[in-house]
Design a protein. Structure first.
Length: 347
């Protein structure tokens, strides 16, 4: 069945529908990873977005439940150049199309993803709608104007507190849409984990008496999370705090810094980042549309992007606070900087 992607600037990309056949509205973004599509589909940071893969062939190794990053996919739509109908891998449990259909995700193939990526790079990220129907302009405008992703964290955070036992350091994890491999990275270090919903009060976190508070990744604009930022301000100086991605941005806002939206985001598993303290460059996995534009007072940049020079990490000069914008846990992507979890635990 024919389908089309309609962007808010009026451009239309044709293709073939697959997966679950329903209309999908979301923010259209692209990711540059050659592999890792199932981790991308299940990364809560992509909640509410239509994701386009720049690599042309997707689905060739199928989907397996061991490598998913959350209990369900979060994307609104999925766009590829070519979807593989006959995956071949000893770990394959589902075909990509079957997985998308079972999870009610609208997808398109036979799309000129190279041209789409160029449009998004030149014009910036924009809203879009995937449909198999002929829609009038008034309907399209109404759908695009009505879309917002402000409740994203509420939709992906855990609904209640839970614990994961361990014999080592006790870490209080605030879940804004955490990836499974972040939890696994701490579990590999035998940490005891208490995972809190995003809206948990600072009093309840302190009552659990963790050795460190960790702020997870997640979707959306950090500036929308005013209650979360208030809670973080009350934690400053009371416990060591570390963060990744959205957690990094929220920590910067709580400390008095500023965040802003990137033109087209950093998404992929091939982003070079310089560790200023070690004077080394690492290839990292990234997935964010916002960044720390202005460092808070009394903090120092620890990492910068080699692509655009944006801040990728910070450390407080006096308090035990350390955070990064990229994903040291990878999934997908290189694990070169997984040792950063040890650095978190040492702050």
């Amino acid at each position: 069945m024919k389908a089309k992607l309609i962007l808010e600037n009026g451009m239309v990309f044709g293709g073939r529908a697959f997966g679950y056949l329903q209309e999908a509205v979301g923010e259209v973004v692209f990711t540059t990873g050659m592999t890792g599509y199932q981790e991308i589909l299940t990364d809560p940071s992509y909640h509410g977005q239509i994701v386009s893969m720049t690599y042309p062939l997707i689905g060739n190794y199928g989907v397996n439940l061991e490598d998913i990053e959350s209990c369900r996919p979060s994307v609104k739509g999925f766009i590829v150049r070519e979807a593989c109908d006959y995956p071949n891998n000893f770990r394959c449990e589902f075909k990509l199309e079957d997985y998308l259909r079972n999870n009610k995700i609208m997808a398109m193939e036979q799309v000129d993803t190279r041209a789409l990526t160029k449009v998004l790079r030149i014009n910036g990220t924009m809203k879009g709608i995937i449909t198999t129907e002929e829609l009038n302009e008034e309907y399209i405008n109404g759908k695009l104007q009505g879309y917002n992703n402000k409740a994203a964290v509420t939709n992906v955070t855990t609904k209640k507190k839970y614990t994961i036992p361990g014999k080592g350091m006790h870490i209080g994890v605030v879940d804004y849409g955490i990836k499974s491999n972040i939890l696994r990275s701490f579990m590999e270090r035998d940490c005891a984990l208490t995972i809190f919903p995003a809206a948990t009060s600072y009093d309840e976190i302190l009552k659990a008496n963790p050795d460190m508070v960790f702020l997870s990744n997640g979707p959306g604009d950090p500036a929308d999370l005013t209650e979360v930022i208030y809670n973080l301000k009350q934690l400053l100086g009371k416990k060591p705090i570390a963060g990744i991605c959205l957690g990094h941005q929220l920590l910067a806002l709580a400390l008095g810094g500023k965040t802003a939206k990137l033109k087209f985001g950093h998404r992929g598993c091939n982003h070079p980042v310089k560790d200023i303290e070690e004077n080394k460059v690492y290839i990292t996995s990234q997935n964010h549309g916002y960044f720390v534009e202005e460092l808070p007072k009394d903090t120092t940049a620890t990492h910068i992007s080699m692509n655009d020079g944006t801040i990728e990490g910070m450390r407080h000069n006096e308090m035990p606070i350390y955070s990064v914008q990229f994903h040291p846990e990878a999934s997908p992507g290189p694990r070169d900087i997984n040792s950063l979890f040890d650095r978190f635990m040492e702050i």
